[in-house]
Design a protein around this ligand. Sequence first.
Ligand SMILES: Nc1ncnc2c1ncn2[C@@H]1O[C@H](COP(=O)(O)OP(=O)(O)OP(=O)(O)O)[C@@H](O)[C@H]1O
Length: 307
Amino acid sequence: MTQTGGTERAVSFAGAVKTFGAVRAVDGVDLEIGRGETVALLGRNGAGKSTAISLLLGLNAPDAGTVELFGAAPESAVRSGLVGAMLQEARAVPRVTVGELVAFVARRYPAPMPVARALELAGIGELAGRRVDRLSGGQTQRVRFAVALAGNPSLIVLDEPTAALDVEARHAFWQSMRAFARRGHTVLFSTHYLEEADAHADRIVVIDRGRIVADGTGEQLKRAAGGSLVSIDLAGRPTEDLAQLPGVRTLEIRGDRALLRTDDSDATVIALAARNAIRGLEVTPASLDDAFLALTAHELEPELETL
Ligand SMILES: Nc1ncnc2c1ncn2[C@@H]1O[C@H](COP(=O)(O)OP(=O)(O)OP(=O)(O)O)[C@@H](O)[C@H]1O
């Protein structure tokens, strides 16, 4: 029996590094996830999400730093049945039924949940007798979710769980995931979808080029990346002084409009009014998309610059 019960931490990365040749896929990650949290790992393609998940599951060892699950080595937590995972590669198992597959996996865990419960939580109770190699993409994805749930793990790790699902299937999937999280389980999922991270996670961790560049709620991310966008018609007026206005972080000129990203839209608008510069004024809160782009925007890679 592993001594993993006492810690309040489900996941702990400390200075974790994983390189593949010259690529630092995970580049000094420090991350702690408490029991019961639902956390989204958000990043572009190639940001390092799957590599971080592979370290977390003990599928890869870090080159430097440490990764722990429930205060123990990942392999030991996985062996103790504390972790369920839904990874990207789906392997179709021929001929077995959904119920047989989930029961097979459940038997490998010390304290599984009843198969009917796992199917119900994944929203596929009616598929128990169907062959797993004859299902739609959305159904297959939910079978994989049921497989991850089967052992009744404390932590469930989902690598891009809604990739390739249509809107309806996605909605159903998140309902199931939330039902599981409400029972006090810890959930970590990776996604490219900002709306999903915002809607379904308590906390969003943004990863870019192997490093964590933001960690907080959707609201905090929006604030960190600049609270509002103020735009005006330039009507031929000069633009040099706009970047110096109170609150303004960045200035972008699009045709005859100026777009100001500001931390204090009131102060920015008052200053524009004092300059008699208000024409076609629009003030909008920065969206999570804006926040994500601001956090992960970087210069062109050197090799691309020379093309
Ligand atoms: N086995 C491997 N061998 C070599 N390079 C790898 C390997 N696995 C990942 N990489 C590289 O590490 C970097 C991070 O990849 P990773 O798959 O972790 O990103 P990701 O954020 O999960 O991307 P995606 O959203 O596209 O799945 C990428 O540059 C990738 O090419």
